[in-house]
Design a protein around this ligand. Structure first.
Ligand SMILES: [Zn+2]
Length: 127
């Protein structure tokens, strides 16, 4: 369940839950320590195995951008069915555009409550 907390000023902090939905599909969201060293990605997702993993050890802004990038991947896959034909730069542009809008609204995302997976347990997901 998504939750929000109100901070000082007009900041609204959105607490990212460990299960989110894209379409009807429940995705497990977790932090993975060492993900970027092991894969050269700040985040990964898979629409068959239904997970979104974000690097644990990055500034919140980097994690948020990478998380949105993966959401765009999954949304294009689920709603469009042909996301591999869409250039990767488009994913980033969509993610950045929405993220800027949300940031200007005073919305921040908090990943600190997510489960932390170890790199070895996650590795089988990437095959
Ligand atoms: Zn990507």
């Amino acid at each position: 369940m998504w939750r929000v907390e109100f901070g000082t000023g007009s900041v609204m902090k959105v607490i990212v839950p460990s299960i989110i939905h894209v379409g009807a599909h429940p995705f497990r969201v977790s932090r993975v320590r060492g993900l970027s060293d092991a894969t050269d990605n700040q985040a990964l997702s898979n629409s068959t195995r239904l997970y979104i993993s974000v690097e644990d050890d990055r500034p919140r802004t980097v994690t948020t951008q990478a998380f949105f990038h993966e959401i765009v991947h999954m949304a294009l896959h689920i709603y469009n069915g042909d996301e591999k034909k869409i250039p990767h730069a488009i994913h980033d542009a969509i993610a950045e555009g929405f993220l800027q809008l949300l940031t200007e609204m005073g919305i921040e995302f908090d990943f600190s409550g997510l489960p932390v997976d170890d790199i070895e347990g996650s590795r089988e997901n990437w095959a």
